[in-house]
Write a protein of this length. Structure first.
Length: 496
């Protein structure tokens, strides 16, 4: 018998290595599509005669719908099978990318970006669920998550580089570049990824009303944060979005509490490591991920006058260091445990952001930006791997999709909040002082992440949540061993 909140043995996989390559490539696609559009925005706006507000929504349409549909996408994947949803999402993503590349007006472009966001919301939790059900808990899963995180996190930085290169041809190629990834991953999925198992069939049916309430709640909340950055915090539309979010939150909480088929399994809400992982995910995106990319892109192009290609090339050291940081975390988590590794990662990320802030008076790239990018990039990569290893380690296979969706939802909500706050700090015509304040603010958020990592994950060796232990004790079954790295190791097959 396995613990309700501990990862169970992996489902049969046709090829773990081929599967990991397929899943990592799909994760790279999601990250690439999020950031590749940034340096292309000026050309998109010029070609389609977009207003400043419409240009922002080319980015925001993806983020808002991505965040809004994540939890529902995770539950659907847990219900119908992660591989089926993975393949369907790739098809939708490819079609939406084709439409975006062919768009002749703003309306079609924004529809395509929203469709990409919905597809990514189904793709992301299915990817994480497939990683966690293909590889057993412990060192093997940690190594797999490190590889997946290395490829995925580097996609954020590589997207800016690739976007700069493709924009020299046409901004439309920033959409067309997604097609090869979507086609190859969808063709590889049946061969390399495990299909639906008997355990998947035990998942509860989808609660449609709760799913609608949850999606609407996240949509209006992220919309409110996006509008706050666009038109201001006190505008009626912004305040109305936040008010609607509060009402929907109350309705959703009441429905979940009284429902026999809740959208979010009560066991997940009692899993401390998942809750702490969601918090770390939000602080990560509000500091060394989303906010840093926003600030650096703005500083390079508006503050330093970099052309799109030059701005993209300037991100290359950051991309390399993110990749290296993920590799470091993959080695350190089994040795130091999630608590120490995640805390160290946030400290490194905060140091890089502070270094960037203190160097804004230096307008040369080598002195003013490169050192901070290197240090923050290392922290960025280390955080990404550590938080997903820690956040999902105590979740059983049937809830992996929702668990991954919860972490990613808080991640992008944190990013939206961070950008909205930065808009207030930067003002309409930011100078070096405003950029310095922005970087230091992001560094402070990263310090908060370090505190959460240290306090939230507690002493090493207690990977199994207290709720899981209580449930197992009530069941009269054995508890799983916990390895020295703080990751729960499943009991041997003969003991289950």
């Amino acid at each position: 018998m396995s613990l309700p909140n501990a990862p169970s043995a992996p489902t049969a996989s046709r090829s773990p290595v081929g599967g990991l390559i397929t899943l990592s490539a799909a994760q790279f696609l999601i990250a690439l599509d999020f950031s590749v559009i940034f340096v292309a925005l000026p050309d998109v706006g010029s070609d389609l005669s977009l207003s400043g507000s419409a240009m922002q929504w080319v980015v925001s349409a993806y983020s808002v719908f991505f965040a809004g549909f994540l939890i529902v996408g995770g539950r659907v994947g847990d219900r119908v099978g992660a591989r089926k949803l993975f393949m369907a999402a790739l098809v939708i993503f490819g079609v939406a990318s084709l439409l975006g590349g062919l768009a002749a007006n703003a309306a079609l472009l924004l529809i395509a970006r929203g469709a990409q966001g919905v597809a990514a919301a189904c793709l992301q939790p299915s990817i994480l669920a497939l990683v966690n059900t293909t590889f057993p808990a412990g060192r093997e899963r940690t190594r797999a998550l490190a590889v997946w995180g290395t490829v995925g996190a580097s996609g954020l930085a590589a997207g800016v580089v690739i976007g700069g290169l493709l924009t020299t041809l046409s901004w439309r190629w920033t959409f067309f570049v997604n097609l090869p990834f979507a086609v190859l991953c969808s063709l590889a999925a049946p061969r390399f990824l495990p299909g639906k198992t008997a355990q998947d069939g035990r998942s509860t049916a989808l609660n449609v009303l709760n799913a609608v309430l949850c999606t609407a709640l996240v949509l209006v909340s992220v919309l409110g944060l996006t509008l706050a950055a666009d038109i201001g915090w006190t505008e009626p539309l912004t305040l109305g979005s936040f008010l609607a979010g509060v009402v929907l939150l109350v309705l959703f909480a009441l429905r979940e509490r009284g429902s026999a088929r809740p959208l979010v399994d009560p066991a997940l809400r009692r899993t401390r490591s998942l809750v702490m992982g969601c918090g770390a995910s939000a602080l990560y995106m509000a500091s060394v991920a989303g906010v840093e990319f926003y600030l650096v892109t703005l500083l390079l192009q508006d503050g330093r006058g970099f052309e799109p290609l030059a701005a993209g090339m300037a991100f290359l050291p950051l991309a390399a260091c993110i990749t290296f940081g993920n590799m470091i975390a993959g080695k350190l988590v089994p040795v130091l445990g999630v608590r120490r590794c995640l805390t160290l990662a946030f400290v490194v990320g905060a140091a890089g952001l502070v270094l960037l802030g203190l160097s804004t008076g230096q307008h040369g790239y080598l002195v003013g930006m490169l050192p901070g990018l290197i240090v923050s990039g290392l922290g960025h990569g280390m955080i990404y791997t550590s938080m997903f290893v820690g956040g999902t380690r105590d979740v059983d296979d049937r809830n992996q999709g929702v668990a991954g969706a919860l972490m990613t939802t808080t991640q992008y909500a944190g990013g939206a909040f961070g950008v909205a706050a930065l808009v207030l700090v930067l003002g309409t015509d930011p100078g070096d002082g405003a950029f310095r304040t922005g970087f230091l603010l992001a560094g402070g958020i990263a310090v908060a992440g370090a505190v959460l990592g240290w306090v939230g994950f507690g002493a090493e060796g207690s990977a199994v949540s207290e709720a899981g232990r209580e449930a197992e004790a009530a069941d009269g079954g054995p508890t799983d061993d916990v390895s020295a790295d703080g990751v729960a190791a499943p009991a041997a097959a003969g003991e289950r």
